[in-house]
Design a protein around this ligand. Structure first.
Ligand SMILES: [Zn+2]
Length: 171
């Protein structure tokens, strides 16, 4: 798996812990919340940090609960954070989420001018930031975001694998 460091370099090695420890702290909290929501929804949680590192938005997947096709964790977090910021621009903010944003959410993050996107597991089928397609590098993208994937990747993948396995067993 390819890791991209904050300085823009990428290589095939495990990222150095000191580079990403601040994100693993938040990712662990996201994973705990994902496990909870996983009882009723796809276990995905997103948080948004402001320029001082304060959490200004949090969202979980609510597609089934709200009967809302836009009810993805990233969109929920963006809505909450934009209310708190009273702004739609997020240039100085970071979003952290356990699964690579889908194409809808990736586009929403570009529209929101998100400063940095941190995610855990890559989504090879639906990922919009490199797993399947990379919308951030598409010529239609007028905003360049810093993207770091693969934070606690194994733990993040595991929660989703278990969830899909349970879903298959229920059918
Ligand atoms: Zn999404």
């Amino acid at each position: 798996m390819r890791y991209i460091f904050e300085n823009g370099n990428s290589n095939n090695d495990q990222p150095k812990k000191r580079n990403n420890s601040k994100y693993t702290f938040w990712m662990k909290s996201i994973l705990r919340r994902s496990k909870e929501i996983g009882k009723v929804e796809l276990p995905i949680c997103s948080i948004i940090l402001d320029e001082r590192g304060r959490c200004i938005g949090r969202g979980v997947n609510r597609r089934n609960i709200n009967k809302d096709p836009l009810g993805h964790a990233e969109i929920m977090a963006l809505r909450q954070a934009s209310l708190i910021k009273n702004d739609w621009r997020f240039n100085e903010c970071i979003i952290i989420t356990n699964l690579e944003p889908c194409t809808m959410c990736s586009s929403a993050l570009i529209q929101a001018r998100m400063g940095k996107v941190i995610f855990g597991a890559y989504d090879k089928k639906r990922g919009g930031l490199g797993g399947s397609i990379d919308l951030s590098k598409h010529e239609s993208s007028h905003h360049k975001m810093e993207i770091i994937g693969g934070i606690l990747e194994d733990e993040c993948s595991q929660i989703l694998k278990i969830w899909f396995k349970k879903l298959r067993n229920q059918k």
